[in-house]
Write a protein that binds this ligand. Sequence first.
Ligand SMILES: NC(=O)c1ccc[n+]([C@@H]2O[C@H](COP(=O)([O-])OP(=O)(O)OC[C@H]3O[C@@H](n4cnc5c(N)ncnc54)[C@H](O)[C@@H]3O)[C@@H](O)[C@H]2O)c1
Length: 470
Amino acid sequence: MAAPAQQFKVADINLAAFGRREIELAENEMPGLMATREKYKNDQPLKGARIAGCLHMTIQTAVLIETLKFLGAELTWTSCNIFSTQDHAAAAIAAGGTPVFAWKGETEEEYEWCLEQQLKSFPSGKPLNIILDDGGDLTALVHKKYPEMLEGCYGVSEETTTGVHHLYKMLKNKGLLVPCINVNDSVTKSKFDNLYGCRESLVDGIKRATDVMIAGKISVVAGFGDVGKGCAEALHSMGSRVLVTEIDPINALQAAMAGYEVVTMEEAAPIAQVFVTTTGCRDIIVGKHFEAMREDAVVCNIGHFDIEIDVAWLKKTATEKVSIKPQVDRFTMPSGRHIILLAEGRLVNLGCATGHSSFVMSCSFTNQVLAQIMLFKANDKEFTKKYVEFGRAVSDEEVEAKKVVDESNVKSTVSRMPIGVYVLPKILDEQVAYLHLAHVNAKLTKMTPVQAEYMSLPVEGPFKSDMYRY
Ligand SMILES: NC(=O)c1ccc[n+]([C@@H]2O[C@H](COP(=O)([O-])OP(=O)(O)OC[C@H]3O[C@@H](n4cnc5c(N)ncnc54)[C@H](O)[C@@H]3O)[C@@H](O)[C@H]2O)c1
C-alpha cells in the first residue's frame, strides 16, 4: 500500500476501504484497462509524465488513475463537475498516494479552488507536463492563467463532445498552445460510452432521484446525437412514448426512422412528463417551456454543462422551492403547478446516480490511456518502433493538413506532436474494441488470406477507412 497523499481534500478519508473494495470489483469489469497495464508495463511509457487530470472522480476513474500510475505517471486529480464525485473513490485515491481534490457537492468556488490546487500539488514539486481533461475547464484555466505551464506540456487528451468542441474552437481562433487528442471521437468512445453508457445511466439517475414510473409517460429527449439516441432508446424500452427535438435534419430523420415523433420543444412542453436535454447546446428548456409544463414534470440534463436548462429563470420565478433530498428540488410555479428539477440541471446520471457502468468506461478510458501514451511518446523513436501502433499514430500528411497554427511563436521546451487536434488512429481504436470482446463472449472471425486480398485489407486490420461511420 502506498503512503497517503501529502496534499488532498476529500469528503472523508475513512471511506477509503469501501472505495478500495469497489475499485477491485470494477477492475474485473474493465478488461481494456487491465490488459493495457499488462501490455506496456515493462516499458513504463508514462515514466516522467506528470498528468493533471480533471474528470468525474468515480470508481471507474480510480481504475483509470491507477492504470496511468501503473505505467509510470505521477498524477494530481479533480472532478470536472461539482456533483459527480463518489466520495469513497476519492478517498481510496488519496489513501493510495495521489493528490486528489474532489468531493460530492462542491460549490462553484470550491470547484475553482480544487483546479488551482491540483496544479501545485505534484509530489515531485514540479508542474504538470500533460493534461487529461473532460469538458475543457482545466485546459481553459491553464491556457488563460498559466500559459507558461504549456511550454513544457506534451498535450491534452479530451474526453467529451463538449470539450472537443471547445478545442476545435480554440484551434480555429489560433488560441490553442498544445497538441490535443480528441478521445471522444474514437469510435470505441462516442459510439459506446455516449450511447450505451447513457442508455443505462440516464434512467438510473431518474429512478434513484424520483422513483417515477417511466412506462406510459410521455418523455421528450432534446438532441438525437449519440447521447440522445441512448436516452431515447432507454425511455422507449421502459414503455415511455418518446418525443425528440433536433436542429439537424439528418438526426431528425434518424429519430423519425427509429419511430420517434420529432417535434419542437414548444409542442412538447405542455404534453411531456419527463424532459431530458442532451444537446451540448444552450437554452433548450427556458421560461416559456416551464410555464407550459404539466404538474410534477421531471426535468433533467445529461449534456456536459448546466446551460441547457434555464435554472436561473426557474429559481427566480418559482414561488417556492422544496429540496426533497440532495439533487432533487421541487419548484412551485406561479400557476400552482410543480416542476421537479434533478441535479440542478447538471449531468443527471452523475449527479443522481454514479455515471456509466465500469465496462463501457473501460472502453473510454483505454482510449484515454493510449492517448496519453501517444502524446508523451510521440517522438520517442525507440518506443514507436517497438509498438508500431503508436508509430503509425500521426502521419506526415495529417500533420500537414492540421497546420492551421503558426508554431513559430509558440514556445515549447519538450519534443512533442505539432499543435493540432487529432483522433487516435483506427488501429488503436480497433485495439480497444478487441480488448473488450472476450468479456462479452464475442468470438471474432479472422479473414483468410484470399478474403483479405479480395477486400484489399490487412488480415490484422485496420478494417475500415476513416470515412466509415459505424
Ligand atoms: N452525461 C454523460 O455521461 C455524457 C456522456 C457523453 C457525452 N456527454 C455530453 O452530452 C452532450 C451530447 O453529446 P453527444 O455525443 O450526443 O453530442 P452529439 O453532437 O452527437 O449530439 C448532440 C445533438 O444535439 C443536437 N442539437 C444541438 N442543438 C440543439 C437544439 N438547440 N435543439 C435540439 N437539438 C439540438 C445536435 O444536432 C446533435 O445531433 C455533450 O455535452 C457531451 O459532452 C455526456
